[in-house]
Design a protein. Structure first.
Length: 274
């Protein structure tokens, strides 16, 4: 026995697929009306929060109450903070260049192409990445060492993400920093403290689902996929491509870790030149 109510979990998986789809379809309708697809980024955290709330409601009587509340609260706190931050950051801005470039490649109707390649794909990703949230909520196992380790990892990740976002927002708000590369605070140790923190959040939530080897193996795809998205998918790789030609970025990249926080590397002095 693994302590997981697999039958009830299957029904929850279906309900959460519908929930993620509903949030992203509603976002699609708003985006089309406003002609602004960047708002899908705001819906990302909201969709995870909605899945967590639905799971918490449906899992009542099936899983350990402490674990259910903990995983739901952790997911909602992360998701709503992220959505609020992105909403503040994007206020007053036009379309995100990523979506403009994507839709410029549309082989036919741009709106239908956006629905297929952005909104439905993100709905599927929300469902898949949220597997630890759903699975943990249906475990009857009381909280133990893996769960407490998970909350510690989640807390470190959320702290990295929130502090990194705050430091960058404060840096950009100072007119004296216009055109400069942010290389202070956490950004001196990693070029992407927010992405690194995001990854840790999902490894922490994954640990909350590790009540036995079966669920641990079943939901491992979640933190692995999120980490890949943040590093070689639409996160770090695309952002660094946009930043590559900015003055000072090459030197910043040479001395600063690309993902994992590490002490800044010292510049190697050149010798043999007058």
């Amino acid at each position: 026995m693994t302590g997981t109510d697999w039958g009830a979990l299957v029904a929850n998986l279906a309900a959460c697929a519908a929930t993620a789809g509903a949030v992203l379809l509603a976002t699609f309708a708003v985006a089309v009306r406003r002609g602004l697809h960047r708002i899908v980024d705001i819906a990302w955290g909201i969709a995870f929060s909605a899945v967590a709330v639905v799971t918490w409601l449906l899992s009542a009587g099936h899983g350990d109450d402490g674990r259910r509340l903990l995983v739901a609260a952790a997911t909602v706190l992360w998701g709503l903070r992220l959505s609020a931050h992105i909403a503040r950051r994007s206020r007053g801005h036009g379309e995100d260049p990523r979506y403009t470039a994507l839709l410029d490649k549309a082989p036919g109707n741009r709106t239908r192409y956006a629905l297929r390649t952005v909104y439905l794909v993100q709905a599927a990703l929300v469902w898949l990445i949220s597997l630890p949230v759903q699975t943990a909520s249906y475990s009857s196992e009381p909280l133990g060492v893996p769960a407490f380790c998970g909350i510690a990892v989640w807390g470190i990740g959320l702290g990295f993400e929130a502090v990194g976002d705050h430091q960058l927002a404060r840096f950009k708000a100072d007119p004296a920093n216009r055109g400069r590369i942010m290389d202070q605070g956490l950004w001196a140790w990693t070029r992407h403290p927010n992405y690194f923190g995001d990854s840790l959040v999902w490894w922490g939530l994954y640990l909350l689902a590790c009540t036995a080897w079966q669920p641990a193996l079943a939901v491992l795809v979640s933190p692995v996929l999120m980490t890949l998205l943040l590093t070689i998918g639409s996160g770090k790789r695309l952002l660094e491509k946009q930043m590559a030609n900015r003055p000072g970025y090459a030197a910043y990249a040479a001395r600063t870790s690309g993902f994992f926080p590490l002490p800044p590397r010292r510049a190697v002095p050149r010798h043999g030149r007058p």
